[in-house]
Design a protein around this ligand. Structure first.
Ligand SMILES: *[C@@H]1O[C@H](CO)[C@@H](O)[C@H](O)[C@H]1NC(C)=O
Ligand SMILES: *[C@@H]1O[C@H](CO)[C@@H](O)[C@H](O)[C@H]1NC(C)=O
Ligand SMILES: *[C@@H]1O[C@H](CO)[C@@H](O)[C@H](O)[C@H]1NC(C)=O
Ligand SMILES: *[C@@H]1O[C@H](CO)[C@@H](O)[C@H](O)[C@H]1NC(C)=O
Ligand SMILES: *[C@@H]1O[C@H](CO)[C@@H](O)[C@H](O)[C@H]1NC(C)=O
Ligand SMILES: *[C@@H]1O[C@H](CO)[C@@H](O)[C@H](O)[C@H]1NC(C)=O
Length: 367
């Protein structure tokens, strides 16, 4: 090296060190994704087939999302390391639930969205194994959810709360959109699932759930008016819709679905509430306030944003996704690949919700 250049480099290095400026990473170590999966599996309980089952900070549906995240990791990495655990979970949890005896198994509980998460995990397990048994479970789940398509109020859409037959909310209908379009794309010659998916989208886009800022509130009012209830704009409700629209685009070739998805994704990325200093954030202020359910939401959004990103020629969301992964790795991780809730840090506390969100983030960014 030329002495002058060498001197300049040394000076810069000295300045960087002396000023205490952290040298920012632009990536994470190559084994970070697998390490996050391994840490998630440390929360796994063979006996129940659930993740972190005894914690009050976990919910049953989050184990469905953990299974979805785990199977997607295996599909994308080619690893089958945790297939025995995935199959163990299905074997145990597809039985009728002790805490919801009205459901007759195959992942049916007291709200329609619960079934949607497990059903999407089944489609992913089918992609991983090619075993039609899992596709059949997903189809049975679709039929179960469709039973709650309710035209008595709001001219259609799924209701969320099964015991009371109330609440047309966003998440159940978004999951139903993605599930039906995905089933159509997995099943040659299908027309029924595509019809159901188009029926859902026609209803959803006219329901008022998508507000004037292109963001999606929690649901509709339960009175005769059935208008947007103005409730919390959770990140996952901006995410699952993207996955559904990408599947519909793949089913039909109609670019308008991607345009709609981009309007929603752009509204999130540019939102001062949902993105703080470039980092995806939940409207609830801290981990305790978001527990148990909200801790998993951000990973779901990012997983679906990555799906949209992959469908676009310009991959315009790639840097947003990888920036979030680097931020979470540096700030939300506790030194042993367990991740807390706030991706901007400091590390707060790991739950299955926070850990599966980190797995979905890293898989989205690096696989
Ligand atoms: C959960 O609690 C049950 C009953 O108290 C216990 O038998 C089981 O070992 C616990 N599981 C875990 C993973 O801690
Ligand atoms: C539809 O909603 C109404 C009003 O909540 C309820 O009475 C009815 O049982 C529901 N039907 C179905 C099929 O869920
Ligand atoms: C789906 O809709 C198309 C057009 O409306 C109709 O021809 C077809 O029979 C429907 N398929 C099923 C399974 O309902
Ligand atoms: C979390 O979600 C489950 C399933 O939808 C629900 O039963 C439970 O009440 C929720 N918990 C909180 C605190 O919102
Ligand atoms: C990270 O959290 C896990 C789970 O609570 C714990 O077992 C581990 O010791 C923690 N690692 C460090 C370096 O604190
Ligand atoms: C931390 O997480 C554990 C489950 O992993 C949960 O039982 C505990 O309540 C959480 N603590 C706080 C302060 O959130």
């Amino acid at each position: 090296m030329l002495p002058l250049l060498s001197l300049a480099v040394s000076c810069l290095l000295f300045l960087a060190l002396a000023s205490g400026a952290a040298i920012r990473r632009d990536t994470v170590p190559p084994d970070a994704t697998k390490a996050a999966v391994d840490a998630m599996m440390a929360l796994y309980d063979e006996q129940t087939g659930l993740w972190d089952p005894n914690s009050t900070a976990s919910s049953w549906w989050q184990s469905g999302v953990a299974l979805w995240a785990l199977t997607e990791y295996m599909v994308k990495s080619g690893s089958h390391e945790y297939l025995p655990q995935a199959l163990n979970t299905v074997k145990i949890q597809r039985a009728p639930l002790t805490w919801w005896p009205d459901g007759d198994g195959e992942f049916r509980a007291d709200s329609t969205d619960d079934t949607g998460w497990w059903a999407l995990a089944m489609t992913s397990l089918y992609e991983l194994t090619g075993d039609e048994e899992y596709l059949l479970i997903a189809e049975e789940d679709e039929a179960y959810m469709y039973k709650y398509w309710n035209t008595t109020t709001c001219s259609g859409g799924l209701i969320w709360n099964i015991p009371s037959r109330t609440y047309h909310n966003a998440i159940s209908n978004e999951l139903y959109l993605e599930l039906t379009a995905k089933l159509h794309n997995l099943i040659p010659e299908d027309t029924m699932y595509l019809n159901h998916s188009l029926q859902e989208w026609e209803w959803f886009k006219n329901s008022g759930m998508i507000n004037g800022d292109n963001l999606i509130n929690d649901g509709l009012t339960d009175d005769a008016a059935c208008v947007n209830n103005g409730m919390t704009i959770w990140t996952y409700n901006q995410g699952v819709i993207l996955g559904g629209l990408v599947e519909l685009y793949e089913a039909t070739g109609d670019i308008l679905y991607l345009d709609e998805a981009q309007r929603i994704a752009d509204a999130v990325v540019n939102s001062a509430t949902l993105v703080r200093d470039g980092t995806l954030s939940e409207p609830c202020s801290n981990e305790e306030a978001c527990e148990p359910n909200g801790t998993a939401f951000k990973g779901i959004f990012i997983r679906e944003l990555a799906k949209l990103n992959a469908a676009l020629d310009d991959h315009r969301y790639r840097s947003f996704i990888s920036q979030n992964a680097v931020t979470a790795y540096e700030n939300a991780q506790n030194g042993s690949n367990f991740y807390g809730f706030q991706w901007q840090g400091p590390y707060d506390n790991v739950t299955i919700g926070t850990q599966e969100a980190a797995v979905q983030l890293l898989v989205a960014a690096y696989l």
